[in-house]
Design a binder for this molecule. Structure first.
Ligand SMILES: C[S@@+](CC[C@H](N)C(=O)[O-])C[C@H]1O[C@@H](n2cnc3c(N)ncnc32)[C@H](O)[C@@H]1O
Length: 271
């Protein structure tokens, strides 16, 4: 496995005011490389289930390119990254080895890639950031890109239990929006499954884990001991960043019983 790159000059989110920066770019600015709710363990689970060697893999929203490196290490015939952030495109393009690989600046809901071009589409920590309508558009685009029988692997934020009251869901969504400055809309597992069904997929496999992005144990598992020490040092040195990171952590901790990291392997249904 390639080691994560931690120091970049073209880091997405760099130069944005701390108070307004989206939580994922704020965390990236202090050296956090894994920006997904279910951590590396969920990513590994997804990668093990999509059959990468010799395949064409489209990744929606590669961000810092941490998962892109792992996909490329597994020997796809072709890798195509699609990110709407120009800096992310530059960052991930710089990681591509020689071969039939590319990263394009586009929205995942309208990639302009040809229909049926992919064996697998993967997307992590990006559907949750969108309204349910936009989630569906992105999932339909994944279905359009996949050959029949192709798989769509997603890693997102979940809510639990399945009968969580609408009031608590709203409270969690508001707290997330206030702290991470992104209108995050996590869903329960049946809600994710219903959206996938509407987009033309059946669920082949599901993974669930805690949403402990900023817990020490998960941080060490995701970033290594040295990486974690470096991140903590960066937080301590920058008071404005520290306030924001602690506010995010408080929200994750307060709602820990209702938040999940979820992974799904979705298979495109035959028409
Ligand atoms: C939280 S980061 C996740 C990055 C990466 N997938 C990871 O897990 O580390 C969100 C990324 O999604 C990208 N993004 C969000 N919405 C998008 C969309 N509709 N189309 C393409 N990229 C999108 C952002 O530009 C950013 O790079």
């Amino acid at each position: 496995m390639a080691s994560p790159t931690r120091a970049r000059t073209t880091l997405p989110g760099a130069n944005r005011p701390v108070a307004k920066t989206a939580g994922h770019w704020l965390l990236a600015s202090i050296g956090k490389t894994v920006l997904r709710p279910g951590g590396r363990e969920t990513t590994q689970w997804l990668l093990d289930h999509i059959g990468i060697p010799g395949s064409t893999v489209v990744e929606f929203a590669p961000g810092l390119g941490i998962t892109a490196r792992e996909i490329l290490d597994r020997g796809p015939r072709r890798y195509v990254g699609v990110d709407s952030d120009a800096q992310a495109v530059t960052t991930v393009s710089a990681l591509l080895p020689a071969g039939d690989h590319q990263v394009i600046e586009a929205s995942a809901e309208h990639t302009s890639l040809p229909a049926g071009c992919a064996d697998a589409v993967l997307g992590e920590a990006m559907l949750t950031m969108h309204t349910d309508r936009r989630k569906l558009e992105i999932m339909r685009e994944a279905a359009r890109l996949l050959r029949p029988g192709g798989v769509y692997a997603i890693h997102e934020m979940g809510l639990t239990p399945v009968d969580l009251s609408p009031g608590t869901k709203d409270e969690i969504r508001r707290a997330l929006a206030r702290s991470i400055r992104v209108n995050a809309r996590p869903l329960t597992i049946p809600e994710w499954v219903a959206l996938a069904d509407e987009a033309g997929f059946q669920v082949t496999d599901t993974y669930r884990t805690s949403m402990s992005l900023l817990d020490p144990r998960r941080m060490i598992a995701d970033e290594g001991l040295l990486g974690t020490v470096r991140i903590i040092g960066n937080v301590l040195r920058r008071p404005e960043v520290r306030r924001r990171v602690l506010a995010m952590r408080r929200v994750f901790t307060t709602h820990r019983d209702h938040l999940l990291g979820v992974g799904f392997i979705l298979t495109r249904r035959a028409e």
